[in-house]
Design a protein around this ligand. Structure first.
Ligand SMILES: NC(=O)c1ccc[n+]([C@@H]2O[C@H](COP(=O)([O-])OP(=O)(O)OC[C@H]3O[C@@H](n4cnc5c(N)ncnc54)[C@H](O)[C@@H]3O)[C@@H](O)[C@H]2O)c1
Length: 343
């Protein structure tokens, strides 16, 4: 037998539950069974419904042509059957990460505070990867009940969580003496606390599932390299890196890995780079806003621009079994910056 487990379970007083390798297969099986119910009802209205004999059903299911069709099916993708939650999933880097994970067969829950961008991203991904592969949940990562509710929604939608990407973020700049307590707290609330709450909610679910898991933090070059005029941001980013390492320690016995990706100067697609931050960075580099991308390219060792897809590739590595033997690691994706070399 290919699979001895039943796909459809009928629970009197509760309803019908369908189980399959992913959401779309389960949904299709359920739709077939609803049709079967209609056939049974029709049959019962004129006589008595009788199912196929087991041998007959077997002959259909294990027909040579059916076997040949199954053998020709493409191999399952590397993240097939896995569920990922990406915070800040409606942003530039978040959307690139979500697309990369979906292209490998994962189902992705985008969690974001920006409802408009979230709806647009979910609609777009639905068209590209199928509606069953993506869900959106509105969340403020600084709120404990909101983060808990978001993860509950993910579990209800897909049956669990295997990958958490903590990515929701902001950028801010201010000289140290002008850094208000409000600005300091805002950075820590979204970046440090937001990553903590998201990782903790995912970690608890992964521990209960007993299937391991991958937690990936999107920190920043500034987590390792101090940058003038951004002390609150840099310090909160450094807190994320160290939190990932603490998680790696405690998660290892459960097969839960925690790793960090450090981007730098990802201007394309990023909402951070559309606002005040861009003007401040241009002013501090004494160039116009349009020249900024070139400034960062020239500043890098490899003289290359970094794109959201480059960050997504590193996340895919840490989220998949390719990095099964890596935890507590940091991967800089910044086209090379000596100040952020890890030791
Ligand atoms: N773009 C870069 O150059 C760069 C460099 C280093 C690090 N990073 C980090 O990468 C991450 C993603 O940044 P991006 O460039 O894609 O920016 P972005 O602004 O395009 O995306 C960030 C997303 O986070 C969401 N968000 C903000 N506050 C939130 C909250 N309280 N709750 C839920 N969602 C919230 C925003 O709505 C947005 O969709 C951030 O953590 C950022 O610090 C970016």
């Amino acid at each position: 037998m290919r699979d001895p487990n039943a796909v459809i379970y009928l629970v009197p007083g509760v309803g019908m539950l369908s189980f399959a390798k992913d959401k779309s297969t389960a949904r299709i099986a359920a739709e077939f069974y609803v049709n079967a119910i209609n056939v049974m009802r029709g049959a019962a209205s004129v006589s008595r419904y009788v199912g196929l004999k087991e041998q007959e059903a077997f002959n259909i299911e294990y027909w040579l042509l059916e076997e040949a069709k199954l053998q020709r099916m493409p191999k399952p993708k590397t993240l097939a059957g896995r569920v990922a939650l990406v915070t800040g999933g409606a942003g530039g880097i978040g959307q690139a990460i979500a697309a990369r994970l979906m292209s490998e067969g994962a189902c992705v829950v985008l969690a974001d505070i920006d409802a408009q961008s979230l709806d647009a991203a979910v609609a777009d991904f639905g068209k590209r990867f199928g509606k069953d592969a993506v869900a959106g949940v509105h969340v403020d990562v600084t709120s404990e009940p909101a983060v808990e509710a978001a993860f509950r929604e993910a579990v209800l939608a897909y049956g669990g969580v295997d990958i958490v990407v903590a990515n929701a973020g902001i950028a801010s700049a201010a000289p140290f003496e002008d850094t208000s307590l409000e600005l300091w707290n805002r950075n820590f609330a979204i970046l440090a606390t937001g990553y903590f709450l998201s990782a903790r909610a995912g970690y608890r679910i992964m521990k209960d599932q007993g299937l391991g898991g991958a937690i990936v933090f999107i920190a920043s070059k500034n987590a390792l390299a101090a940058s003038p005029g951004a002390s609150a941001y840099c310090s909160a980013k450094a807190a994320e890196v160290h939190l990932a390492r603490c998680l790696a320690l405690e998660g290892a016995p459960h097969g839960i890995r925690a790793n960090t990706v450090n981007p730098d100067a990802v201007l394309r697609g990023s909402k951070i780079w559309q606002g005040e931050w861009r003007a401040q960075r241009a002013a501090s580099n004494k160039v116009s806003e349009t020249e900024l991308e070139e400034v960062y390219r020239q500043r890098s060792l490899l003289k290359l621009s970094v794109y959201p897809e480059d960050i997504a590739e590193a996340v895919y590595y840490f989220a998949s079994d390719l990095s099964a033997k890596s935890t507590g690691n940091i991967l800089n994706v910044d086209a090379g910056n000596a100040v952020s070399f890890t030791r």
